[in-house]
Design a protein around this ligand. Sequence first.
Ligand SMILES: Cc1cc2nc3c(=O)[nH]c(=O)nc-3n(C[C@H](O)[C@H](O)[C@H](O)COP(=O)(O)OP(=O)(O)OC[C@H]3O[C@@H](n4cnc5c(N)ncnc54)[C@H](O)[C@@H]3O)c2cc1C
Length: 400
Amino acid sequence: MFPFGDVNDFKIDMGQEHDLFRKSVRQFSEESLSPIIMEVERTNVIPQAVIDKAKDLGLIGIGVPQEYGGQGGDMRMLAIMAEEVSRVLPSFGTLLLVNHLFVDPLMLFGTEEQKSKYVVPVAAGRALAAHASTEPGVGSDVAGIKTAARKVEGGWIINGRKAFITNADRADYFIVSARTSPMDPQARWRGLSTFIVEKGSDGFNIGQKFDVIGLRGEQPNEVLLDDVFVPDANLVGRAGDGFKVIVTAYDYSRILIGAQAVGIAQAAFEMAFNYSVQRKAFDKELASFEGIAFKISDMLMDLEASRLLTYWAAYLADQKRPEFYMASSIAKTYSTETAEKVASAAIKVHGGAGVDHRTGVERLLRDSIITTIYEGANDIQRLTVFRSLLKMVSKDLEAS
Ligand SMILES: Cc1cc2nc3c(=O)[nH]c(=O)nc-3n(C[C@H](O)[C@H](O)[C@H](O)COP(=O)(O)OP(=O)(O)OC[C@H]3O[C@@H](n4cnc5c(N)ncnc54)[C@H](O)[C@@H]3O)c2cc1C
């Protein structure tokens, strides 16, 4: 069992409410997202009408308590939403999930005033949000953030540049990380802070759009901060605690990237299987060739292993088990790499049709590659897993 305690640590419990919720998200995805897949690929824009529909259905507020404008629900429900939406249109999954990278830090570290002013409108679907951490020179190394916030009477002045910010061109509110005291080389993570910045603040601008290989319709932007004033009331958590605020939010959100990847792998698997029983080569269905059958069985094995890991991590998070953050790195890494592998295999099963844009399989590979990079590249997840393991071992040694 090492490093876990006993067999109960591997339990995943799902109720009827999870099943009913899955059915309703699937219905929304198939009725509202399926018809726009090719339009989004072509235009690189997600139609506002579909975003409004998701807001009306309360999808943005899933996982947020009702007293803060949300629908309630747990991490397993959020994972179900991420999986089902991403099975059809992964970029729409990203659009919904990024709001949680704003809401979660406020729910975990924010004041009651911040929750009622900012979480409520986002969870109720009246506003959208974004998370601005990455910079042109800093991604994985969160502690290396250069954007700076200077204390002034009544607030802070922020200067800096953020890169690859999802939802930036739609968001009303942003959580922005900035350095509030000089870097201590012995403890680089110290001295960061997080702030809420409203769209339209003086000196706050959305810069160039990045043209990334996948997630069409949800391409990130630069965010430029030039002497932006934010009041003291918009500091999230204590000054200097920004690193903790950011990485704690990622502990939860990377479970949802795992779920997004499960959705992508599910779509690729279904497409490959369906094609293999329809397409004929040498006068026989593709599925009758062992080489194809092996490929499809391997896809299913990896897909189901990813699903189990993802819902296991979500269940541990719902149980508030401390091991969940290690499980979330395992789930994110395994599932996103599975999605990439399964999408690539699905293209091969389709032969020439697989690389024809109109078939719609190759977009799954492009989308899956991004999941291996954002919200903590998988190399960083591997480091997190190993460091968590060392921490667990040293705790055991202290206790013995
Ligand atoms: C489509 C998209 C949307 C995004 N949305 C957002 C967003 O909304 N908000 C936001 O803040 N950011 C966002 N990002 C940024 C994303 O989180 C970063 O790209 C990611 O964290 C990796 O950082 P980086 O690109 O700077 O790569 P780097 O940190 O430069 O890493 C480059 C490579 O080196 C590896 N590497 C780095 N350090 C180590 C190490 N110590 N050990 C081993 N390997 C290492 C990495 O795994 C990677 O393979 C988005 C990115 C993309 C592509």
